[in-house]
Design a protein around this ligand. Sequence first.
Ligand SMILES: NC(=O)c1ccc[n+]([C@@H]2O[C@H](COP(=O)([O-])OP(=O)(O)OC[C@H]3O[C@@H](n4cnc5c(N)ncnc54)[C@H](OP(=O)(O)O)[C@@H]3O)[C@@H](O)[C@H]2O)c1
Length: 362
Amino acid sequence: MRSSVILFKRFNTSFYHRLSSTYAVQEIQADQYGIPNEVLKLNQTTTLDSNQLKANEVLIQLLASPINPADINTIEGKYALLPSSLPATFGNEGVFQVIDHRASNEQLRPGDWVIPKMLQWGNWRSHAIVSINDLIKIPSDIKIEAAATLSVNPCTAYRLLKDFVTLEKGDTVIQNGGNSSVGQAVIQLGKLWNINVVNIIRNRDQGMNELVAYLKSLGAEHIYIEEDLRKETLRSTLWSTIPRPKLGFNCVGGKATSDLLRVLDKSATLVTYGGMSKQPVTIPTAEFIFRDLTCQGFWMTQWKKDNYKGSEFAKMLHELIGFIRHGHLKPPKCQTFSLTDYKVAIDQAQQSMNTKKILLTP
Ligand SMILES: NC(=O)c1ccc[n+]([C@@H]2O[C@H](COP(=O)([O-])OP(=O)(O)OC[C@H]3O[C@@H](n4cnc5c(N)ncnc54)[C@H](OP(=O)(O)O)[C@@H]3O)[C@@H](O)[C@H]2O)c1
């Protein structure tokens, strides 16, 4: 919240001309780990002043930041990377707009959109002063939803498809959690790169037809429920038309994963990147030995750590933005809540079979 502003409208967003330089910051924080809505608090005690800005810093304002499953795990204290100390601000990704800078700073100007690339940095905050070296500038002509959800899930889908098996046109990958945000990006990138993507989703009493229609609208051609993996359906209908999968993506664990492993091709690779069922990955022994399977894990955060200094991350973001601009990559459907409504937002994000990504906005 600003003490005094003149607001100009430009394109689908807005930027501010500064009369007064004081910003009241809202941050979603916790001073202990635990059940998210029991430990999270809205902190409104911090104030930022643009006079604090150093030459290489900018003052940024939140446009939107999603609540991802990893954020919930982090608040619970169960994630592999936790804040260095508490209290901490949470939220692992988001898009911000530069609203103030030092005149000498030519790299970023008010109105520019940026994605923070720091690890362990809470995005669920209305404003921040950040070094320009920790920000990646992105174009402001894509939807805020697409920008806010760009740096974790589509990047994960991109790396899953690129880094494990060399896929040729016409090859097949199979994934569970096919309707997850990562899964939706895999569907769209797979279509773009001429890869067959077999999508396994959970059965549901309500909304199945709508979900299947939505995934088809993204380009999904092969959609099955988890139970189909144990039936003859796939053998008789699918593997006679497309090759068996060289690569499998697992974000579920438990039985869903053991069943998925059985339909992989000989010498295939299974990459586990999530554990939504909270069940361990159990590899059927005979499949593992006699069909020479490879099982690996992937963690986008580790990839970002390994590539922090280089330009690889920005390059991938810009390639993905190109796909977004051409209509090849859509963000998940989103529902927006203000930071002050974080409790409702957190509850909504934890609903089972929730079809929308929850975004926090100022
Ligand atoms: N390793 C990495 O670097 C990395 C990066 C990004 C994401 N991830 C992980 O990938 C997973 C998906 O993330 P996201 O943001 O794409 O999630 P999302 O959009 O919130 O979707 C969640 C997905 O998980 C499924 N799911 C939820 N509870 C389940 C359960 N008990 N059993 C089976 N499936 C269940 C949902 O299916 P329904 O619709 O049927 O509920 C949905 O497909 C998460 O585990 C996340 O932490 C990992």
